[in-house]
Design a protein around this ligand. Structure first.
Ligand code: 4NP
Length: 165
C-alpha cells in the first residue's frame, strides 16, 4: 500500500515545522499508524540548511516528550510532486508554495496546517523565533492540537486508518 506522504513547511525549518513533524510523528506512533505514513518537514528559506532545530524548540518539545532530530532543509520544487499533503505553518509560507503550483492536483495538496483545527479561529502557527520560552511552549500545544485534528480528517478520508486502530 502507498504510504501517505506528509510535508510540514515553515520559513526556517528550525522551529514550527520540525515541531509539527515531531508531534504528528508521535501521534501516529501512539495510534499504531506509523507504517501508513512518511513524514518530513522543510523551510522556504534555506537560511538554516543542515542545522538541527533551534535549541529552544528542542527544549520545548522535550518537555512534551518529543525528540526532534530533524535537520533543516530547503523546500524543493519536486516536493510538490512527491508529497500528498503539504502543510504550511503560516500564510506567508502558504503563499510561497502557491507560487510554484502548476496544476489543480498540486494546488489541492496544499493547506494551512492549523486550518484543520476547526475549534480555533486562528489559522496560522505563530512564529516564535523572536519570542520567549512561553511562545515556544505555545507552539508545541498548537501543533499537537492541529496534528490531532489533521489525523481525524485523514481518518475520515481513509477508512483503513480507522480499522487499523
Ligand atoms: P521557523 O522560525 O520558520 O518556524 O523555523 C524561524 C526560524 C528562523 C528564522 C525565522 C523564523 N530566521 O529568520 O532565521
Amino acid at each position: 500500500m502507498n504510504k501517505i506522504k506528509i510535508l510540514f513547511v515553515c520559513l526556517g525549518n528550525i522551529c514550527r515545522s520540525p515541531a509539527a513533524e515531531a508531534s504528528f510523528t508521535n501521534l501516529v506512533k501512539d495510534c499504531g499508524l506509523s507504517n501508513f505514513f512518511e513524514i518530513d518537514s522543510c523551510g522556504t528559506s534555506g537560511y538554516h540548511d543542515g542545522e538541527l532545530a533551534d535549541p529552544r524548540t528542542r527544549l520545548a518539545a522535550k518537555k512534551r516528550n518529543k525528540e526532534i532530530t530533524h535537520r533543516s532543509r530547503k523546500f524543493l520544487q519536486r516536493d510538490l510532486e512527491i508529497f500528498d499533503y503539504i502543510l504550511a505553518m503560516d500564510k506567508s509560507n502558504y503563499a510561497y508554495l502557491l507560487k510554484s503550483v502548476s496544476s489543480d492536483t498540486i494546488l489541492n495538496k496544499i493547506f494551512l496546517f492549523r486550518s484543520f483545527d476547526k475549534s480555533d479561529e486562528y489559522q496560522e502557527v505563530p512564529d516564535p523565533y523572536y519570542g520567549t520560552t512561553k511562545d515556544f511552549d505555545e507552539v508545541q500545544l498548537i501543533v499537537e492540537k492541529a496534528s490531532f485534528c489533521f489525523l481525524e480528517f485523514l481518518k475520515e478520508k481513509y477508512p483503513y486508518l480507522r480499522q487499523s486502530i
